[in-house]
Design a protein around this ligand. Structure first.
Ligand code: HEM
Length: 491
């Protein structure tokens, strides 16, 4: 009898200690809905449209709320102001230290999934070199123009006879080829088998990453079930494939790299940094390999998906396409390609590109952050290690910032005189603050060049059988379902 009382007493003590610790850790969190044990609020969320689901919860609990997703506590930021305020704090710019993030960073490598000093050093290097190699560089612009030239030739051939064609893969090859050129200093022909194999392995890795999503919210599952259940083994295989292609290119660069610092491409720039006296220890070959692979994943996929959305939106909004074409006709004509230098004279085209990026909403709940230490935000306490979701979808559809949030409306970006205004409160597609996308300039440069030159050459429309819905397929980013287009050469 006594032993039963003792057991009961011990259980009660342990339970109350656990509840006290839990309550203490999470005291002063933002308000939010309650969930159920283990699954948290997951069973009540539409996981295929988390941006909209979070937006609806914010109507009850306010712009900053908390909830448990699986076993993980999360805070969701639903306004432009709260995301900017949060991400301007270094302590809120770490990544969660969970199984999937460790897996993607292969320990603690690359920049997209890492935190702390190494992340800061590597990010600074990556950002400044992407800028130096890409933005405003003649060599980079000529790579992009050659790529567009080849793509146009291919599309002319493919769409001969006026039949609808699917061009998603061709777009993907072109965009990845530009990033390939930025990283390796060499552009490959479209039919190059190595480029295609490399693209396949990157795409397979990205595709599988979305099937392992459940591990983000319930990391303990990987300790109970075999990795193969979540596609981790296949992901490893495809990552190994892409690493071996990149390793070959790195090895070639090592042979040709001289001490005369030429920095023709990203790999060259990194190798030069490695050789510097007193270089940070994170400048090593494995870091270079993971970083290059990340640039293809983090850079190629969002840019090519945005371009796929762009052509679908323009086919669905022929008045926007026609207005942009008229501006190009007036400023550039059709005897030469559209250059980056034409940008200041093409305010409507620039507005249209920015509006496409806002409207395509490819990262509806951004990329997760996590506090590196307990941190205050707008009167709430965000404990170390929880997840922070920035709800980009809510911001990009917020009527406080956008006159017509549910429409593709380039005028959002034009002033009363029709001049392009590049900075717009409520635009968050590339993130905010210390962890903002380091490839923003490269992405905007690519999207401007591709879209402007493609609509200079073709009219894009939908086949009669397409009823114009905006169906999406889920992956690391939200892309349009594969669709056919009718391309009509304009001259
Ligand atoms: C339309 C195209 C693109 C969009 C919408 C986009 C958006 C984003 C977003 C939302 C993040 C997460 C920011 C955060 O954690 O707060 C990010 C991170 C990143 N992006 Fe982009 N991106 C694009 C293109 C590119 C390109 C072209 C590159 C490089 C060539 C690139 C490289 C990266 C890298 C390396 C990171 C990780 C940065 C870090 O964790 O510190 N992105 N991007």
């Amino acid at each position: 009898m006594l032993s039963s009382y003792l057991l009961l007493f011990t259980v009660a003590l342990v339970a109350s200690n656990f509840i006290y610790k839990f309550a203490h850790k999470y005291r002063n969190l933002p308000p939010g809905p309650l969930g159920v044990p283990i699954l948290g609020y997951l069973p009540f969320l539409d996981v295929s449209n988390l941006g909209e689901a979070f937006k609806n919860i914010a109507k009850t609990y306010g712009d900053i709320f908390s909830l448990r997703v699986g076993t993980e506590m999360a805070v969701v930021l639903n306004s432009y102001e709260s995301i900017k305020a949060a991400f301007s704090k270094t302590e809120l710019c770490a990544r969660p230290n969970t199984f999937m993030f460790r897996f993607f960073s292969q320990g603690e490598n690359g920049i997209a999934s890492t935190s702390g000093e190494k992340w800061e050093v590597q990010r600074k290097f990556t950002h400044s070199n992407l800028k130096a190699l890409g933005f405003g560089q003649n060599k980079m612009e000529s790579f992009i123009k050659d790529e567009i030239h080849d793509l146009i030739e291919l599309l002319e051939e493919k769409s001969k006879g006026g039949q609808p064609v699917e061009i998603g893969y061709d777009i993907n090859v072109s965009i990845v080829n530009v990033i390939w050129a930025l990283i390796t200093g060499e552009r490959k022909p479209h039919h190059d088998q190595k480029l295609r194999d490399f693209l396949t392995s990157v795409n397979k890795g990205i595709e599988l990453a979305s099937t392992s999503g459940i591990l983000l919210f319930m990391p303990f599952l990987v300790k109970i079930f075999p990795e193969s259940m979540f596609g981790i083994d296949k992901m490893r295989k495809w990552m190994k494939h892409s690493y071996s292609y990149l390793q070959e290119v790195i090895d070639e660069h090592k042979v040709n790299h001289t001490d005369v610092i030429s920095n023709q491409d990203f790999i060259d720039a990194f190798l030069s940094e490695m050789k510097k006296d007193g270089a940070h220890p994170s400048f090593n070959e494995f870091q270079l390999l993971v970083l290059c692979s990340e640039l293809f994943g983090a850079g190629g996929e969002p840019t090519s998906v945005t371009l796929k959305w762009a052509l679908r939106f323009l086919a669905l909004n022929p008045h926007v396409q026609a207005k942009a074409q008229a501006e190009i006709q007036q400023v550039v004509g059709n005897n030469r390609m559209v250059d980056l230098e034409d940008r200041p004279n093409l305010p409507y085209v620039q507005a249209m590109i920015h509006e496409i990026i806002r409207f395509s909403d490819i990262h509806p709940i951004g990329v997760m952050h996590s506090p590196s230490e307990d941190t205050e935000l707008e009167g709430f306490k965000l404990p170390k290690g929880i997840f922070i979701f920035p709800n980009f979808h809510a911001v990009h559809r917020d009527p406080r910032h956008w006159e017509k949030p549910e429409e593709l409306y380039p005028e959002h970006w034009l002033d009363a005189n029709g001049q392009f205004v590049p900075n717009h409160d409520g635009f968050i597609a590339f993130g905010a603050g210390k962890r903002k996308c380091p490839g923003q300039e490269v992405a905007q440069m690519e999207l401007f060049s591709f879209v402007a030159n493609l609509i200079q050459k073709f009219n894009f429309s939908l086949p009669a059988s397409d009823c114009g819905t905006l169906e999406t397929s889920m992956g690391c980013v939200v892309s349009p379902k594969p669709y056919d287009l009718v391309l009509e050469a304009r001259y």
